[in-house]
Structure formats: C-alpha cells, structure tokens
Design a protein around this ligand. Structure first.
Ligand SMILES: CC(C)(COP(=O)([O-])OP(=O)([O-])OC[C@H]1O[C@@H](n2cnc3c(N)ncnc32)[C@H](O)[C@@H]1OP(=O)([O-])[O-])[C@@H](O)C(=O)NCCC(=O)NCCSC(=O)C[C@@](C)(O)CC(=O)[O-]
Length: 284
C-alpha cells in the first residue's frame, strides 16, 4: 500500500463562496451528501462571515443542519470572530477554521483587520474551542503572492504559521490564494515554514489560476506535506483576490496522487459524479 495523502474537500465552502449565481441550499446539500460518500475525513461546508460580504455563504447554518452526516467525517466551518464561532457551534460544526493572511493588503481587503489584529481576534475563539475540545484549523492566505502587496517573504508566512500553531491550531493550511505560486516559490516558502511548524501539521491549498497547482503540489509533497485542500470540479475563487480562479480540482489531485502511488482513500467514481454536480451548479 502506498503512503497516505489526505485531500481536504473545500468545494462546498471555498468553491461555492465565489459563484455568481445564488445557489439554493438544497443544491448545496445534494453536493455535500454526494461528497460524503467519497471517503473524505474532512469536508468544509460552511462559513459564518458577514452575509453582506459573502452572500453565497448566508445559508451556512441551514447547510450544517440539513446534510446527511456520514460517520467519521468532520464537517468544518470558517469562523472569523466570536460571532461566527457561536453560530458555528450552534449549527453543529465538527471543526472550525480561523483565517489570516501573510500580507497586510489582503488581510485588510478580506477581513478588514491587520495581521496583528486578526491574531488578537482569534485568541478568544481558540480559547473557547479549547474548552470543548473542538479542533481548529488555521488558514494563511497569500503565502507567496498577494494581489495588493506583490511577492510575500517566506519569513512572514513562517512567523504567522508559528503564531497560529502556538495559539492551538492543529494544522496550518498554506494558501496560494492567487494561484500564482511556482514550485520554486512554494519550496522556498515551505523551507521557512517547516522551521516553525512540522510538515506533518501543514496542508497545501493551491488555486489553479496559472495551471501550476499540480506542479506546486508536487513541490509540497517533496517537502513532506501530506494534506492538500481541493474543490471538486475545480470550483472556487476568493471574492477579495481579484484575478484568482478556482481551487485545484479534487478529482485531478486524486488521479495525480494515485498515479504517483499514494493512497487517498477516495472513491474516484463518486468524485466524478460530484464534479459533474459541481459543474452543473456553476452553469446554473
Ligand atoms: C471578518 C468580518 C466579519 C469582519 O467584519 P468587519 O468588516 O471588521 O466589521 P464588523 O465586525 O463591524 O462587521 C461588519 C458587518 O458584518 C456583520 N458581521 C460581523 N461578523 C459577522 C459574522 N461572524 N457573521 C455574520 N455577520 C457578521 C456585522 O454585524 C456587520 O453587519 P452590518 O452592521 O454591516 O449589517 C468581515 O470582514 C467579513 O465577513 N469578511 C469576509 C471574509 C471572507 O469570508 N473571506 C473569504 C473567505 S477567506 C478565503 O477564501 C481564503 C481561504 C481561507 O480560502 C484560503 C486561501 O485561498 O487563501
């Protein structure tokens, strides 16, 4: 049996948050229920942020309440502040994620806070989660390039990863939000980040704007990363990162990893079905 590499499915959240069409909750439920048959350990399905800023995530409570929960899967939600945390807990999220940026420009555009302010906001969330043993993931956006500030220094990413890990995030997902990273810039960034956080606690989160996401996954695999975020059907993008396109497609990552001899534990046929559903949702 090959080495295990986990794909963390983010399509129902990162994927759908940027769709132009207002997607009914029933369609989201159907997608998540299909994905729940594929063999994932973790699926991100919700985001408790301002509905004015991200209207597509407004029905997140209904999504968490309506999905058919499959045994062994943790259904995850983004929580930017205590209000989001409380909503995620009431809705029954199995794990939550805080999200920061390695660049000041994107931090302001995305969450209306500096990097330092965002870390302060996360403190009560992590403390509350600790009390109830709720796993908290930490995202870092713009780990190589920022749409506002340009190239991002690997040391900035390492410093923030160190903070989030010390605050109690069990895993740090490193986001190439713009999809402009290269295998070289990914390797340079990971070399610095690995000094602060072990590779076994890192995840790669690559958007495929420049068609290099799979090459970037290879670079991260070579540096010891064994968890990758992906969105079925290549759904996605970030409303606050102009020019960014979808996440790397789950079914492509699964195929690629399988070809390399890794075990993902996923059922390729279910992924193809879910990818068709995702594409149909996008087409409307
Ligand atoms: C972060 C905030 C909330 C800060 O919010 P703020 O702008 O600092 O201001 P606020 O706290 O005064 O709140 C502004 C408005 O949002 C409301 N509000 C405040 N908090 C909540 C909440 N939890 N749930 C629902 N509503 C909330 C609040 O009530 C108020 O409503 P209004 O008075 O205007 O009617 C806001 O800026 C926001 O929602 N930003 C959107 C962030 C977002 O969702 N970005 C996309 C996801 S991150 C991402 O995609 C990157 C990632 C993770 O995938 C990795 C990668 O690819 O890089």
């Amino acid at each position: 049996m090959g080495d295990r590499v986990e794909i963390f499915e983010v399509g129902p959240r990162d994927g759908l948050q940027n769709e132009k069409r207002e997607i009914p909750v029933a369609e989201k439920l159907a997608l998540v229920d299909c994905l729940s048959q594929a063999g994932f350990n973790r699926i991100e399905v919700a985001s408790f942020v301002s509905p004015k800023r991200v209207p597509q995530m407004a029905g997140s409570g209904e999504v968490l309440a309506g999905i058919k929960r499959a045994k062994g899967i943790r259904y995850a939600a983004l929580t930017p502040n205590m209000r989001g945390y409380d909503a995620a807990i009431s809705a029954g999220a199995d794990e939550i994620a805080v999200f920061a940026s390695a660049s000041e420009g994107f931090s302001q555009a995305n969450i209306n806070a500096s990097i330092a302010e965002s870390i302060e906001r996360f403190e009560p969330i992590l403390e509350a989660a600790r009390h109830i043993d709720l796993p908290v993931r930490g995202y870092i956006s713009c780990v190589t390039d920022c749409p506002y500030d340009g190239a991002v220094a690997p040391e900035k990413v390492a410093e923030l990863a160190d903070h989030l890990f010390a605050q109690g995030c069990y895993e740090i997902s490193l986001g190439d939000t713009l999809g402009q990273a290269t295998p070289d810039s990914v390797a340079r960034m990971l070399l610095a980040v690995r000094e602060a956080v072990p590779a076994t606690r890192l995840a790669g989160h690559f958007h495929d704007t420049a068609g290099r996401a799979i090459d970037n996954i290879d670079a991260a695999l070579a540096m010891g990363v064994r968890v990758f975020d992906a969105a079925v059907g290549g759904l996605g993008g970030c409303p606050f990162a102009p020019g960014a396109s979808g996440n790397v497609a789950t079914e492509l990552v699964h195929e690629h990893l399988t070809r390399l001899g890794y075990e993902t534990g996923l059922d390729g046929d279910v992924l193809v079905k879910a990818a068709e559903m995702a594409r149909a949702m996008r087409a409307g």
